[in-house]
Design a protein around this ligand. Sequence first.
Ligand SMILES: Cc1ncc(COP(=O)(O)O)c(C=O)c1O
Length: 342
Amino acid sequence: MAIDFRSDTVAMPSPEMRHAMVEAPLGDDVFGDDPTTNQLLEAAAGRMGKAAATFVPSGTMGNLIGVAVNAQRGQELIADADSHVFYYETAGAAAVCGVQIRPVSTGAGVMSPEQVADAVRPRDDPHEPISAAVTFEDTHNRHGGIVWPLEALRAASDAAHREGLRVHLDGARIFNAAVALGVPAAEIAGCADTVTFCLSKGLACPIGSVFCGSEDDIEEAKRWRKRLGGGMRQVGVLAAAGLYALDHMVDRLAEDHANARTLAEGLAELPGVRCDLSRVQTNLVYFDLEKMPATVFNDECAKRGVLGGPTGPRQVRLVTHYGIEARDIQSALQVFDEVLSA
Ligand SMILES: Cc1ncc(COP(=O)(O)O)c(C=O)c1O
């Protein structure tokens, strides 16, 4: 079987998780009747330190609802120029919510309080849109899976709130951040008004994300979820996986981080590879190839049973996750060595 580093979304549910799914008591979640979903939402809101939550099919929908709940049509949302919301969500904010994103180049994925304040439009100029909200991403995917230092996140969030902005957190991998920092996820989510986190990435659920916020935010979020076609019925079969994951799959993320570190350290020693080890803080490993296009490298590795993802002409991303073991890291490094030395 291939060693699949393309994403943590490829992680498969464990037998125990599948069992929990089969056994889950069910009801119609659009009526609020699904006991397993209700249990997940209570647990998820608790983990995020929020009053309420709603289950959504994907992180993208969760973030889109985050835009919709926090900004009105014709207003602006500030986001890192490399954020998932700006880069990879098919301009959903503009196309669906009528909200313009103002991209801010942070360079390293952490927006300073000054950058937040500078991106806010003057309120008294009728030429300019109203700045309504800001979104932060933690861990930051395109910036290497880096974790925001908690103080930096608090400072950026305080700056946003001082400016009267709402704060949405794209916490697709918030549990990776929490495990890396050794803090409860609620400490991170506490910096935001609303937060989306994904069950279907490192937590190895087949489908699902959770959007959390105040009771009012969730009332509005549910209306948006229905509008977007995301209202689901006996979704307890998926919520059961999420409940299992919150109990059993969070702490083990540390293994993925350790594997990513070993992988990155091994790669950094190979000829023609540049890998900034200081950016390898969680389960993502980005590196640049000096002598080979990323697609060629990728194809050669795939022929030898190792799958990765080119993210630029010379850049490759590898993601560790449940199902990738320490011995797979050693096998993959041998393949990388062989391909680069050929
Ligand atoms: C940081 C981040 N946010 C949001 C998403 C979107 O999640 P989904 O693929 O479930 O729509 C992803 C997916 O990779 C992501 O990496």
